[in-house]
Design a protein around this ligand. Structure first.
Ligand code: G6P
Length: 615
């Protein structure tokens, strides 16, 4: 997590830094800071603030009267890992001389032992962070006569963990030295300036000449030039990045918040993602997936991995592959898979789902899977993301940048693409007949329009939700494809509205959780006609009998279901395995409306960050 932004060679660096940090706030926002050189005194100045969800805004007011600036500037927006979100732990961190400043994203695993050695050598540490040790390591190397890039390279060699760093120092005030291991860094260049940020979206407004820094590489960014080397000091050529996003994609466009904008963008995101994937006769085409059908057909097992909403998409992908591909399929949470001795080898195809393509648990999970010989496909929304580069094959969603922390359009685009992938695998295996393949393909071709119909009812869904704005306990129930829908609904309510919400298989409630059902508890049930409707409704009766208030996601025109529950969120009907795409919309609106009614910031929920690059 954490966002890094740096710039050198411009006349208005602070404006650029603050705008860059604002666009990176989705990565963390509990504190923020900036380091720059005072043009008058030449000294390095650091301004930091910890203001929970509005740190960058506060930082903007604090630097409004900043003196004239010279040279390079670095800034940071933080999601606390080591050390509470306080001003003293906010980045940038400086060394003992106050002449070196660093911003960091990730975790330095051996920071304790490094700190002990530094303290023994007389350094004074001023924060509780893992980051600060790097400033002191660089300080020591500079004192030994090294240039800034060499000082960073030598320091980096003894760091353990995953990190992205940007460092400035008084010895070379025009330069920003950046380094990365696992965590992302994007470098930008114009004729007279150099930039660095944690993601593409923060840079596309300034330049489209963007480069990716590789793992264990160090780059020196100066006005108009970038030079890079590897950990051994050998020069390396940086890879130019293909830019598919525009600045307009990352603006609110008149919506109150990014979440509502992104909810409304879903039909477009799904249509873009499916464009060209289904050919006329129900066949599939995934151009960027370079794994040939014969190889896809050779696997004996498919394992889907993901975190958060991506894990819920993975659960749906699992069902589709199993149903159409007639192959043993599982889904696992990346952080669990990584530390379990599961039976994964060359016979397993791993499909990792990650909109950012940089969630560290998923990244390490695919590394582990490949180490064991498995084939790995990453489903990502970010072209050339770290995970995409470390996979055997890749499938891209084309949802555009998603800024709201809770995933909406990226999640439904993932669901759509996973269905294409499942169909693709089933066709490769020859396990789905032409007629069924055509039905699925037709269903997918109507998905964007059906989601459009659901989005058009956002206000109706939100009216229903507001009736439950003060609820304390919500159970989300579903069976088969309804279960991942329920899990995603509960997650949305927890993360946005801060309401205790639990998802459960409807048929399993009677084995324990039913003891918690009493008047005042709300049960939101997925009761579409394609998903074991009678069984689900029997479970609903058990909840009603104990006093629960029932809200159902049900098919349009299903008066029978409507007559059996207290409120309905009606969706257009589709195939069972495509229902999660459409049902995501009332789930999103339900959580959104309750969160807003409670006064919560839906784009920046407390304690969360969009991209989780720590374990
Ligand atoms: C965070 C975000 C979620 C997201 C999850 C996985 O928790 O808040 O919205 O689903 O990370 O992220 P990924 O980029 O791997 O899909």
């Amino acid at each position: 997590m954490c966002g890094i932004f740096g710039i050198t060679g411009t006349t208005e660096p602070l404006g650029a830094i603050l705008a860059g940090l604002e666009s990176l706030e989705y990565r963390g926002y509990d504190s923020a800071g900036v380091a720059f050189f005072d043009a008058g005194s030449g000294e390095l100045r650091v301004v930091r603030v910890a203001e929970l969800t509005h740190s960058v805004e506060k930082l903007r007011s604090m630097v409004a009267d900043a003196p004239a600036i010279t040279g390079a500037v670095i800034g940071h927006t933080r999601w606390a890992t080591h050390g509470a979100p306080t001003e003293r732990n906010a980045h940038p961190h400086v060394d003992c001389t106050g002449n070196v400043a660093i911003v960091h994203n990730g975790i330095i695993e051996n920071h304790r032992e490094l700190a002990e050695a530094l303290l023994a050598n007389g350094h004074v540490l001023a924060s509780d962070t893992d980051t600060e040790v790097i400033a002191h390591l660089v300080e020591a190397e500079l004192a030994g006569g090294q240039g800034l890039r060499e000082a960073v390279r030598r320091s980096m060699a003894i760091l353990r963990g995953d990190f992205a760093l940007a460092i400035v120092a008084l010895v070379e005030p025009d330069a920003i030295v950046v380094a990365r291991r696992t965590s992302p860094i994007v470098i930008g260049r114009t004729e007279n300036s150099g930039l660095v940020a944690s993601d593409i979206a923060a840079l596309v407004g300034a330049t489209r000449e963007l480069y990716l820094l590789g793992d264990d590489e160090i780059a020196e960014i100066r006005p108009g030039s970038v030079e890079a080397c590897d950990l051994a000091g050998n020069p390396v050529e940086l890879r130019r990045l293909e830019v598919t996003w525009s600045v307009a994609d990352a603006k609110k466009d008149g919506y109150d918040d990014f979440m509502s904008k992104e909810i409304h963008e879903q039909p477009h995101a799904i249509a873009q993602t499916l464009l060209g994937r289904i050919t006329g006769d129900g066949e599939t085409e995934i151009e960027e997936l370079t794994i040939p059908p014969a190889k896809l057909a050779s696997y004996r097992r498919v394992l889907f991995l993901g975190c958060g909403s991506s894990y819920h998409a993975a659960l749906v992908g699992r069902q589709s592959v199993e149903t159409w591909g007639k192959i043993h399929a599982d889904a696992d949470i990346s952080s669990e898979f990584r530390y379990r001795l599961s039976v994964v080898g060359p016979e397993t195809l791993v499909v990792a789902v990650s909109q950012s393509g940089e969630t560290v648990d998923s990244l390490h999970a695919i590394r582990e899977a490949r180490r064991r010989g498995a084939g790995v496909i990453t489903v990502s929304n970010v072209v050339d993301s770290v995970m995409a580069r470390e996979s055997d094959g890749v499938c891209y969603t084309h949802a555009g940048p998603e800024i709201g922390v809770a995933s909406t359009k990226c999640h439904t685009a993932q669901l759509a693409l996973l269905q294409v992938l499942a169909l693709h695998i089933a066709r490769a295996r020859g396990t789905i007949d032409e007629a069924e393949a055509r039905v699925v393909a037709d269903g997918l071709e109507s998905a964007a329009a059906l989601v459009g119909q659901a989005v058009a009812r956002a206000a109706t869904y939100m009216d229903v939700a507001r009736r439950f704005a003060t609820v304390d306990d919500v159970y989300f129930l579903g069976r088969r494809s309804g279960l991942p829908i329920a899990m995603e609904g509960a997650l949305k309510l927890k993360e946005l509205a801060y309401v205790r919400a639990e998802a459960y298989p409807a048929g399993e409630m009677k084995h324990g959780p039913i003891s918690l059902i009493k008047p005042g508890v709300v049960v939101l049930v997925v009761a579409t006609r394609t998903g074991l409707w009678e069984k689900v409704m029997a479970n609903v009766e058990e909840m009603r009998a104990r006093g629960a208030t029932i809200v159902a996601i049900a098919d349009d025109g299903d008066d029978e279901t409507a007559g059996l529950v207290d409120a309905v969120l009606a969706i257009p009907s589709t195939l069972e395995l495509l229902t999660p795409i459409v049902a995501a919309v009332p789930n999103q609106c339900f959580a959104y409306a309750i969160a807003r009614a409670r006064g919560n910031d839906v784009d920046r929920p407390r304690n969360l960050a969009k991209v989780v690059t720590v374990e």
